[in-house]
Design a protein around this ligand. Structure first.
Ligand code: NAP
Length: 273
């Protein structure tokens, strides 16, 4: 019987996950199919119930449902609980179980880019689901410090040190940072303009060796990356795609119990550019 998997979010039309996952299934000769399930506000419970009744083996969860899905599933593991966000569900006899593969996905992508989170004073820009995954990955790796910058500082509280964009503390944290991670949708194709996040975070006082990562991977070069480059920072421009591939590979492994074909998945994501 064909194994069925789905991406649940809103919107999902732009997502590269179907291309990435279906390429992996083809490469390994798996009888499986991965589909998009656009799930607008108010429809999460009904979508998950339908996927369960239809025998789906696994589900990826994306914006805006990563936090809300916690209460809609049978259980979530420690990593998802600590993160406060779930991006992967796996079918078990008693229901869907949730985890968060963005956390190890980000850590692997950073290692692949040639650095270790443990070595850094990390500043995370944004306080949503992706930012939470970055914070947990950095804390787990033993980063020297983790500061979260947000436009609404209340949303960043409890996630390491928290500061509002433009505050004295935010400027000091950015100036002292060794790794900056842009984790808002600003600059993403179809998202808010990238210039808004460029204006919110003053990179002029950063040391030249500071590393800069944007989790936005479409387009490949965002306004924030360009601004970091002109401020003399070193931009690690493959980490957004690397995170997408590695979080997908972790999800694949939790569904099928075998190693994911990472190179095939990366090639499929890059082809979709
Ligand atoms: P999310 O949960 O909706 O959070 C978005 C965050 O960005 C919130 O803190 C939000 O602030 C902030 N924000 C939104 N618009 C802003 C603006 N104009 N100015 C300043 N802050 C703004 O989304 P998410 O899941 O964290 O995803 C964020 C981005 O990361 C997306 O582009 C997503 O595609 C990317 N991502 C990439 C990967 C990957 O594998 N590379 C994985 C996950 C996510 P408020 O709360 O104040 O609205």
């Amino acid at each position: 019987m064909t194994a069925r998997l789905a991406l649940v979010g809103h919107p999902v039309a732009h997502s590269r996950s179907p291309a990435m996952m279906n390429a992996a299934f083809r490469a390994l000769g798996l009888d499986a199919i991965y589909e998009r399930r656009d799930t607008p506000p108010g429809a999460l419970d009904a979508t998950l119930a339908a996927l369960w009744d239809d025998g789906y083996l696994g589900v990826n969860i994306t914006v805006p449902w990563k936090a809300a899905v916690r209460v809609a599933v049978q259980s979530v593991d420690e990593i998802a609980e600590r993160c406060g966000a779930v991006n992967t569900l796996t079918r078990a006899p008693d229901g869907f179980h949730g985890t968060n593969t963005d956390v190890p996905g980000f850590a692997r992508a950073v290692l692949e880019a040639g650095t270790s989170l443990a070595a850094h004073r990390v500043v995370v820009i944004g306080a949503g689901g992706a930012a939470r995954a970055v914070v947990l990955a950095a804390q787990t790796a033993g980063a020297e410090s983790v500061t979260v910058l947000a436009r609404d500082v209340r949303k960043a509280r409890g996630l390491g040190r928290a500061s509002a964009f433009g505050s004295f503390d935010a400027r000091a944290a950015v100036a002292a940072s060794t790794l900056l991670v842009q984790a808002t949708p600003c600059g993403m194709s179809g998202g808010p303009p990238g210039e808004s996040i460029v204006a919110a975070v003053d990179l002029a006082r950063c040391a030249p060796a500071t590393l800069a990562i944007d989790l936005v991977y479409s387009p490949r070069m965002t306004p924030w990356m360009l601004s970091a480059r002109s401020a003399g920072l070193r931009v690690l421009d493959g980490v957004g795609i690397g995170m997408l591939v590695h979080q997908g590979a972790e999800a694949f492994e939790s569904w099928f119990g075998c190693a994911a074909p990472i190179d095939v998945m990366r090639a499929a994501v890059l082809r979709a550019d």
